[in-house]
Design a protein around this ligand. Structure first.
Ligand code: ATP
Ligand code: MG
Length: 432
């Protein structure tokens, strides 16, 4: 029989890589908590119409990337229903905000999520069919200050802080404003007119979008279309006074906080309901899939899916791409994380005391690998050197005398250490 494999575009995440995933998730939780965000977990599948309305029919996501199926009724009393694996999480969060009447608290809701998303894309480096996002949303009634430019600036400052905390160096924040719904409608008309002579020279998607939703032409990734896109009118010139003033306040707050950014007049991002501020953080080390995260304001989204007026702003980061970026940085530094110690019992009769010792050290907070007494000493040393900074040898003599033999692999030094001193010694940085 042929062995089954994971489905194209999906993958297994294994140790030691998963420790990096855990570190990124833990950093996100810790940083977001300082800004008083709480976690939300929404279902992995939703009614298809949520995404059609909440992401937009004309977007790449809805028009070609969703995993959608007809869920058959199991009883006469049930109806069959079109369901979709979530391709993103903002629509689900806003649905939950409406469903649980979170707006009625009168408070801003500050919610973050961590979870898998699904899109039928062409798999390549940094692009998978099941991928992970960490995202956050600030949403609430206008009376709670949800439209304030300070919320936009705070979210961007939080992201800069998060990337710093992770140790990601060299990312760039691109920033733009796409204005209010009215500004966008005006700009769409300007674009539609400008595209009449140009669209016939563009890709099939752009020819269609030029008529149905000209703004989406700016999302086009086809290289040959980019020089044409460069000549199109800029949305900044279609902004009304309110949108302009809002954006000026966002950038002024970023300047005051010392968060660097670059103005990017053609950044519109993939969702139809984005208004005003839109942004993206990119990283040069990622190659073609260089977007680490994207986000923006979506003042009309709640109403588009049948809810009350609830302006909001949020972002979604590609966890897979954060991992790739950190792996590339760590490969440069050549430091794979290792356990603090490896306990090598000399003989199977020492397995039980070795477990007791491992328990003692782990309870003190150390990361410990536990070997096996059936291994010959040479095999123990080989296994230990691959996985840990030091080896701790536990033989009959060590057990009765309470003096353990410890070898530090980086320095090559072997010492005798009293058991009472072992925790402190293993916690010291190895001399590499
Ligand atoms: P891209 O331009 O890379 O297609 P997008 O505009 O489709 O991105 P968003 O929908 O804004 O992306 O999602 C936010 C982030 O999620 C992206 O910046 C990226 O880091 C990540 N992401 C999106 N699609 C994928 C995917 N198929 N595989 C891995 N990460 C992804
Ligand atoms: Mg995409």
């Amino acid at each position: 029989m042929t062995a089954l494999k994971s489905v194209r575009g999906t993958r297994d995440l294994l140790p030691p890589e998963t420790s990096l995933w855990n570190r990124i998730e833990a950093t996100a939780r810790a940083v977001f908590a300082r800004y008083n965000f709480g976690e939300i977990r929404t279902p992995i599948f939703e009614d298809t119409s949520l995404f059609a309305r909440g992401v937009g029919e004309e977007t790449d996501i809805v028009s070609k990337e969703m995993y959608t199926w007809e869920d058959r009724a199991r009883a006469q009393s049930e109806k069959s229903q079109s369901l979709t694996l979530r391709p993103e999480n903002t629509a689900g969060v806003v649905r939950a905000y409406i469903e649980h009447k979170l707006g009625e608290t009168g408070q801003l809701q500050k919610l973050y999520y961590i979870g898998p998303q699904f899109r039928r894309e062409r798999p390549q480096k940094g692009r998978y069919r099941q991928f992970w996002q960490i995202g956050a949303e600030v949403i609430g009634p206008p009376s709670a200050g949800s439209e304030s430019p300070l919320r936009d600036a705070e979210i961007l400052e939080m992201l800069a802080t998060f990337l710093d905390a992770l140790g990601i160096a060299g990312s760039t924040l691109d920033l733009n404003s796409v204005g209010s719904a009215a500004d966008r409608a005006r700009y769409n008309d300007v674009l539609r007119a400008a595209l009449v002579p140009l669209a016939p020279k563009m890709c099939a998607d752009c020819r269609r979008r030029a008529v149905t939703n000209p703004l989406r032409v700016l999302d086009c990734k086809v290289p040959e279309d980019q020089p044409i896109i460069e000549t199109l009118p800029k949305i900044g010139d279609s902004l009304g006074d309110d949108s302009r003033a809002h954006f000026v306040q966002v950038t002024a707050a970023l300047d005051a906080a010392g968060v660097p950014y670059r103005l990017h007049p053609r950044l519109v991002r993939g969702l139809d309901y984005y208004t005003r501020t839109t942004f993206e953080f990119t990283h040069g080390g990622l190659g073609a899939q260089n977007a680490l995260l994207g986000g923006g304001r979506y003042d009309g989204l709640s109403e588009a899916i049948g809810g009350p007026k609830a302006p909001g702003i949020g972002f979604a980061m590609g966890l897979d791409r954060l991992v790739l970026t950190l792996q590339a940085q760590e490969a440069e530094r050549k430091t794979a994380p290792k356990a603090d110690g490896y306990i090598a019992p000399l003989g199977e009769n020492l397995n039980a005391p070795a477990l007791a010792l491992a328990r003692e050290l782990r309870r003190a907070g150390l990361t410990i690998e536990l070997g096996d007494g059936s291994f010959r000493l040479k095999k123990s040393f080989e296994a230990a050197e691959k996985t840990a900074l030091r080896i701790v040898i536990l033989g009959e003599d060590e057990l009765s005398s309470g003096m353990l033999t410890v070898k530090d692999f980086a320095s090559g030094i072997q010492t005798k250490v009293p058991r009472s001193d072992l925790t402190r010694m293993l916690a010291e940085p190895s001399r590499s």
